[in-house]
Design a binder for this molecule. Structure first.
Ligand SMILES: [Zn+2]
Length: 98
């Protein structure tokens, strides 16, 4: 039996058990979620896709950004009017999660 290759950087190999299918998978298999404790969704990307086949493709790309990044991004695009609105929306989302 050949020895397993040693993992050099354990920090890169952290795993998480999927709340849906129960498999232990590398963190990279879990979609990122900035509001969750460890920064990743509780479900792996496979379960995520299985449960929300349509939602995944219709996600607003702006939702990936933080408020600060949004301000920068929108400012660059010239959407000065929407900056305040977006900030308030993100702020309210954070509060409701607590
Ligand atoms: Zn899963």
């Amino acid at each position: 039996m050949a020895p397993m290759p040693q993992v050099e950087n354990k920090e890169e190999q952290r795993t998480k058990v999927c709340a849906s299918c129960g498999r232990e998978l590398p963190l990279s298999h879990f979609p990122k979620h900035r509001l969750s404790i460890d920064g990743h969704m509780r479900e792996c990307q496979d379960c995520r896709r299985r449960h929300n086949p349509n939602k995944a493709s219709s996600v607003n790309p702006l939702e990936k950004f933080t408020a600060r990044e949004l301000m920068h991004e929108l400012g660059q695009r010239g959407y000065k009017g929407e900056i305040t609105y977006t900030e308030v929306k993100v702020h309210k989302m954070r509060l409701s999660e607590m």
